[in-house]
Structure formats: C-alpha cells, structure tokens
Write a protein that binds this ligand. Structure first.
Ligand SMILES: [Zn+2]
Length: 241
C-alpha cells in the first residue's frame, strides 16, 4: 500500500524535465540527498544551497533538485530568497524546540497506543534489537551517543509507522527532521537529552510495545516526551510555558 502511495504521490509535483528522465526517482534521490545533508548539518542552518554543485555531485540536472528543494521548502527545512536562491532554514529557537515537543506530545502517545495494538512480529523483533543498543548506551560504551541517536530515531519512526495512519507518520517524521538538525548542532557539546536517562525511558516504551499494552505505551511515550521537553528547556535556558 505504501509503495503505491509513493508512486502516485510525487508524480503531480514533478516538472516535465524530470519526468522525461526517469520519473520521480530523480526527485526522490535529490530529496534524500539534501535531507541527509541538512540533518547532518553538512549544510548548516542559514547556509546557501548551491543547486549547480548538488546537481554535479548527483550527476543529474537541476530540475529535480529544484523540485526536491520546493518539497523541503514546504516542510520548512529550507527557504527561498530572491537573489540568493535556497538557504537552509535558520536554527530553531529554544521556544520553537519547546513548541515542537508540545506538538509531539499531542501526537506520539496516541501513535504509540495504536502501535502497541497493531505491531507485527517483524517490527517487534527490530524493537528487541533496539533494546540491546539502548542497554549498550546505559553501559556507556564508545560512540554511545551516535548509536543512541540512531536507535532513538528508529524507535520513534517505528512508533510513527505503527500508528497505521500515514498523516501521523509523515508529521512525526517531519518533526524529527527538524529536531535532528537541532541535535546535530549539539553533537560535540553537552547533550541536553542525556542518553542514559532517555535510554531507560525508551526501555519502558519498548516493554509496553512488546507487551501489546496500549495504555502503558501511551503513558510511557508521554512521560518520555515530557521529560525530554524539560531537559531541552533546561539546556536551552527556556522557562516552561
Ligand atoms: Zn526518544
């Protein structure tokens, strides 16, 4: 079902040149490339995005790149200026980060409850491997943070997908992209979202999902996001609203 959706979705948004080449795949390739550059802050907040350079890097024309950029613009990850072209969006303010968590708190606990009811065996076994990664973080091995961030992203993505609601899934993914950019900027300084503490919160979420317990799943996600929001606020010096 999701494959069908993917095929039909970008077609309407593609320019003639891209369609003449090999259809939506070029736009999707450009989109994925740019998204990953933004999320890893290889293109830093506020930085200009040189369309010609990106086109050369990917070995494709500028048209699909412009199309991908206009999708990213709709997601507020880039913006267009009259003379300069596209730039990466400015760094989120502490208030925007706080608001982002408030929105997550409205959506993700619900998604987790639905996911607890519907998750298939394959997803459940992925959850068990995430659990192992989280345990490693608690034991503080090397590169713990990178693995934590990866496991965290995967866990929240599985919950989003497990909701069985595509709009919810896309909304959560989008919020995560913004948050990931913000986190990447903190990579080498004090982590506002202490991995060991968050790992314990994640363990509670995973246990609830594995037990197919919607009430516990909803509550554990709400607790985790509430604590994450407070940790972020403290790190950013934002007063709670
Ligand atoms: Zn998390």
């Amino acid at each position: 079902m999701s494959d069908l959706h993917n095929m039909s979705q970008p077609a309407s948004a593609i320019g003639p040149a891209a369609r003449a080449a090999s259809g939506p795949t070029l736009v999707e390739r450009a989109y994925e490339h740019l998204l990953s550059m933004l999320m890893t802050v290889k293109i830093a907040p506020g930085e200009r995005i040189p369309i010609d350079t990106v086109a050369r890097q990917l070995g494709i024309s500028q048209t699909p790149i412009r199309e991908a950029l206009s999708q990213l613009e709709a997601e507020k990850l880039v913006y267009k200026t009259t003379n300069v072209g596209y730039r990466a969006s400015p760094q989120m303010t502490p208030e925007e980060v706080h608001d982002l968590y408030t929105l997550r708190l409205l959506i993700e606990p619900y998604a987790a409850a639905r996911a607890a009811e519907q998750m298939d065996d394959e997803t459940l076994s992925i959850l068990q491997s995430i659990q192992a990664d989280m345990d490693a973080v608690v034991e503080r091995d090397e590169q713990a943070y990178a693995r934590f961030a990866e496991a965290d992203a995967l866990l929240h993505r599985l919950i989003a997908k497990g909701s069985g609601n595509r709009l919810i899934e896309e909304t959560i993914e989008r919020l995560h992209a913004h948050l990931q950019i913000f986190r990447s900027l903190y990579q080498n300084s004090a982590q506002p979202n202490a991995p060991e503490v968050a790992a314990r919160e994640h363990q509670a979420i995973i246990a609830a999902l594995l037990a197919h317990d919607p009430v516990a799943a909803e509550q554990s996600v709400r607790d985790h996001l509430t604590c994450s929001q407070q940790r972020m606020d403290r790190a950013n010096g934002t007063s709670p609203r």
